[in-house]
Design a protein around this ligand. Structure first.
Ligand code: NAP
Ligand code: MG
Length: 498
């Protein structure tokens, strides 16, 4: 490998108290599922982790009924202040069990422990802390006085940030007074099941959150359930489309967070060292399994060779291997299926005439791995410049003028995120203004904060998660009559005659 060899520094698995088998978490307790159980494995060595129950449509029915009961009897009647107390408690328990959650996440997903420990799990806690603070302030969310919860939220999440996507979904839903039925991805159910234990520890009233594991059919049963009031989905554009069709013509509210093909634009006046770090973080963070990944590098022609050379040097120092090793930069690809997809698109990239370079790293014998890869000589029409690869693969394109950069950046069916690297603030603002992307990072990339809304344009989906905007997806404005009654009640309390 490189000139520096590192001794192994594995994080201990002793903190994990895994069960051999996990049931469905419904109405506050674990129970068997009536579907056929499945196994979750570690993608780093394909070893068995645990047996997981699978929820049939009948199980989903039971979970939705539990969520409905909890909504009507407890959660929607509780004061925002009390709901907030539960959310604060959950946030603190996540912090208390942070190490265990990080190890579980890296084991089940394949991401480096450095990331699950320093990014995923701290953000999970931050999301619960943030929305805990909103629970008693919904009147100030900009949605009118006394906005009302929607009811039962059906949520389906992907495998790339298993616990963080769960937090993005559950925290605002609960703060707003909704109850939840959520399905984690089939390949990464583990952290959600540990989270279920945390909900028990927090004494969350039964039925407020129900976690049903299973395959796509379990997700479909949630989405189509007639007693679900709101559907929130993160995943592929193809499944998102199917869900939009299933929900069309019903009363259900829908938010979709789908794929992306973000442009990371580097101007010739950018601080090059920082830009190179940002490009690496943009596409190789989490093995590129990131919907907002900076997968298309748009670099100004005059600095193309320098940037590509430095990138190759930097990638040659990244350490690929055991996700639980604290020195690991690049972990495992989440599944064989995803690995096949990355290989196929990379093969097509070469076939279409782009030039492929992969870092020279030792690939472990077992498990699913893909070396960090750069394609140069990429044309805007190539599949690798258009399709979401969702892996550690960067496509490099060039531009000459800011206008051309904007045109190329917007030339995509997606519109989730973008990055701009330049020394000039005025240029950054002018370019950002013309990018059709939900999030634009300037001289940084892949930064997340619970107070900042996140979401896409076009085929990247609709609705926003995070911040005050994220509450809107889980609330409806009170009717005029309801608001008036509230104002009356307030006046009466203060002894003011209307
Ligand atoms: P996916 O198939 O869309 O899966 C996302 C979630 O939806 C999973 O929980 C999945 O269950 C479930 N699901 C599958 N079919 C469903 C259906 N008909 N109705 C309701 N739920 C359903 O995405 P994926 O297979 O994980 O990844 C495929 C591609 O999606 C990736 O290559 C990437 O392009 C994109 N992706 C985007 C994001 C993002 O954050 N925007 C995240 C992940 C993937 P199972 O786990 O059992 O399949
Ligand atoms: Mg797994």
């Amino acid at each position: 490998m490189g000139f520096l060899e590192y001794a192994p520094a594995p994080e201990s698995r002793a903190v994990l108290r895994l069960r051999d088998e996990y049931g469905l978490f419904i109405d506050g307790e674990f129970r068997p599922g009536s579907g056929e159980s499945f196994t979750t494995i570690s993608p780093a060595d394909e070893s068995h982790i645990a047996t997981i129950a699978s929820a049939s449509a009948a199980d989903v029915d039971v979970a939705v009924a539990a969520a409905r009961r909890a909504f009507e009897k407890t959660w929607s009647r509780m004061s925002g202040r009390d709901r907030g107390k539960y959310l604060f408690r959950i946030a603190r328990l996540v912090q208390e069990r942070a190490r265990e959650l990080a190890v579980a996440e890296s084991l089940d997903n394949g991401k480096p422990i450095k990331e699950s420990r320093d990014v995923d799990v701290p953000l999970v806690a931050a999301w619960f802390f943030y929305y805990a603070g909103w629970a008693d302030k919904l009147d100030y969310a900009g949605l009118g006085a006394a906005p009302r919860p929607l009811g039962v939220a059906g949520q389906v999440i992907p495998w790339n940030f298993p616990l963080l996507m769960l937090a993005w979904k559950i925290a605002p839903a609960l703060a707003a007074g909704n109850t939840v039925v959520i399905k984690p991805a089939e390949t990464t159910p583990l952290s959600a099941l540990i989270f279920a234990e945390i909900l028990q520890q927090a004494d969350l009233p039964p039925g407020v959150v129900n976690i049903v594991t299973g395959a796509g059919s379990t997700g479909a049963a949630i989405v189509r359930h007639p007693d679900v009031d709101k559907v929130a989905f993160t995943g592929s554009t193809a499944v998102g489309r199917e869900i939009a069709k299933a929900v069309a013509g019903t009363e259900k509210k829908l938010t979709l967070e789908l794929g992306g093909k973000a442009a990371n634009i580097v101007f010739d006046d950018a601080p090059i060292d920082q830009a190179v770090e940002g490009i690496v973080n943009g596409i190789f963070f989490n093995q590129g399994h990131v919907c907002c990944a900076g997968s298309r590098l748009l670099v100004q022609e005059s600095i193309h060779d320098e940037v590509v050379d430095r990138l190759k040097q930097r990638l040659s120092t990244l350490r690929l291997g055991d996700p639980l090793d604290k020195n690991t930069d690049i972990g495992a690809i989440n599944s064989r299926e995803q690995l096949d997809r990355i290989r196929e698109l990379s093969r097509i990239g070469e076939e279409e005439g782009a030039e492929r370079w992969s870092a020279d790293c030792v690939i472990p014998d077992n498990g699913f791995w893909f070396a960090p890869t750069i394609f140069t000589n990429v044309q805007a029409s190539h599949r690798i410049a258009r399709d979401e690869i969702f892996g550690p693969v960067l496509s490099v394109l060039t531009f000459r003028t800011p206008g051309e950069a904007i045109e190329k950046a917007n030339n995509t069916p997606y519109g989730l995120s973008a990055g701009i690297w330049s020394d000039k603030g005025s240029r950054i603002l002018a370019v950002a203004d013309r990018l059709r992307a939900g999030v634009v990072w300037a001289n940084t990339f892949n930064r997340f904060d619970p107070s900042s809304p996140f979401g896409g344009y076009k085929e990247s989906g609709y609705g926003r998660e995070g911040g005050r905007h994220g509450l809107a997806a889980y609330l409806k404005s009170a009717s005029a009559g309801e608001s008036a009654r509230r104002v009356e009640a307030g006046r009466a309390k203060k002894g003011i005659l209307s």
